[in-house]
Write a protein that binds this ligand. Sequence first.
Ligand code: DX5
Ligand code: ZN
Length: 219
Amino acid sequence: MSKLIAPSVLAADFANLQRDVEMINRSDADWFHIDIMDGVFVPNISFGMPVLRDIVKHATKTIDCHLMIVDPDRYVKTFADLGCDILTVHYEACTHLHRTLQLIKSHGMKAGVALNPHTSVHLLTDTIQDIDMVCLMSVNPGFGGQSFIENTYDKITQLKKIIDFKGCDTLIEIDGGVTDKNAKQLVEAGADVLVAGSYVFKSSDQVATIAGLKSMVNP
Ligand code: DX5
Ligand code: ZN
């Protein structure tokens, strides 16, 4: 399977959101990565349902929604109704993770689980067969533009071993601090999806930056 690029809309210009959504539509990007923050699970608030609704109205690609919120079960139906294709919840925010995964799937979405940098991949050994994607946070969640945590490579290697041992086809997504400096090494370690926010949106030619990343990880 080819390696996927998911630009993070968190780094877009919210006053020109339709322009930035259309840029992603016509680029080589595969998914839209949408970061929802509640100011409780993470020390920041991003945007909520009305903004997501308008993004979905214009987006022509898969909507990969990353919930950084406490007790995400409360909003699973809402995000399904808004048109999310993949819904990722945080391991640290779920008391009954298996139940949450079932709830997400019962609403027709793929189920993702995100792990904070301090959370061991081994905690997913007993649920990996029910997880469509694991999102390894390579920064502490809450903000774009932070530097990549190097220990992520080891986590990818260990997670890949668990996935292979269990014979699953769970995808590994890397979220935070992804640039042209680490993209190749990340996919070589076993990553399938790379999220990139500031690296894409701070560049002068965003379509070309996405194309560069995409070809770098799909030689
Ligand atoms: C951080 C978010 C990330 C963020 C990535 O909490 O989950 O998706 O937007 O941004 P960059 O690529 O700038 O680290
Ligand atoms: Zn994210």
